[in-house]
Design a protein around this ligand. Sequence first.
Ligand code: UGA
Ligand code: MN
Length: 239
Amino acid sequence: KTIYFVTPTYPRPQQVPELTRLAHTLMHVPRIHWIVADDQPTCSDQVSTILKRSGLPYTHISSPKPYIYKYANFPRGVANRRAALNWLLDNVSEGVLYFGDDDNTVDLQLFEEIRHTKRVSMFPVGLIGGYGVSSPIVKNGKIVGFFDSWPASRTFPVDMAGFAVNIEILNPSATMPFIAGHEEDKFLVSLGVKLEDIEPLAENCSKVLVWHTRTEKFKKPTLKINIDKLDNLPKYQHF
Ligand code: UGA
Ligand code: MN
């Protein structure tokens, strides 16, 4: 089956390096289709260039967050992930969906595991929260609970990178809410997922094959010269 790898992204100084690194991972994966969902009114040239150069099969769509979500701790990457879900519903009937943010690191082994997802599969994610890992708890080959530093009354306390879904179970009523911290749980609940449907991967969730690496916050440089006068330097003020 083809893996539909959905990446929400937005412009900032880290965007090009993050997407370059992710592209170079995906270039090693057979039967992958990269859906890059731009949090912008139109698809950006810097993202398009990376996609074209990768040689990967891709779809580049844009869907900016509504203006009312521009406050602190806003839900991130929701409008654009929703646009990707709509694109999948309209265009794809078979395959596996995976939400891979642009600030994650993925082991190539993960792709071969999620490719065979029957309904929903789950696996640990490294570098998450105070516990350092978020993972389903497996007993006798079945998921019986979750280990996550922020349970927050969630039915499925998992990270966005901690599950994959067979596209056959996607339906128009499956959606992601604009509620920070609850996007993945409410999406899985809206799909009608039951605990017993979930397949544990990564050797019964004993291996970490994806990490929320993140990139250090970028501080605007303080320049003693006017870089506008130097046309070979990047113009940081564009961000
Ligand atoms: C964490 C989770 O990793 C996200 O999957 C989840 O959507 C988010 O929490 C949430 O609960 O709101 P976090 O690391 O805090 O996300 O946020 P980012 O990594 O900045 O954003 C998640 C994804 O959305 C990234 O791929 C990012 O490029 C994208 N994003 C972020 C946008 O498309 N627009 C934004 O304004 C910010
Ligand atoms: Mn992140």
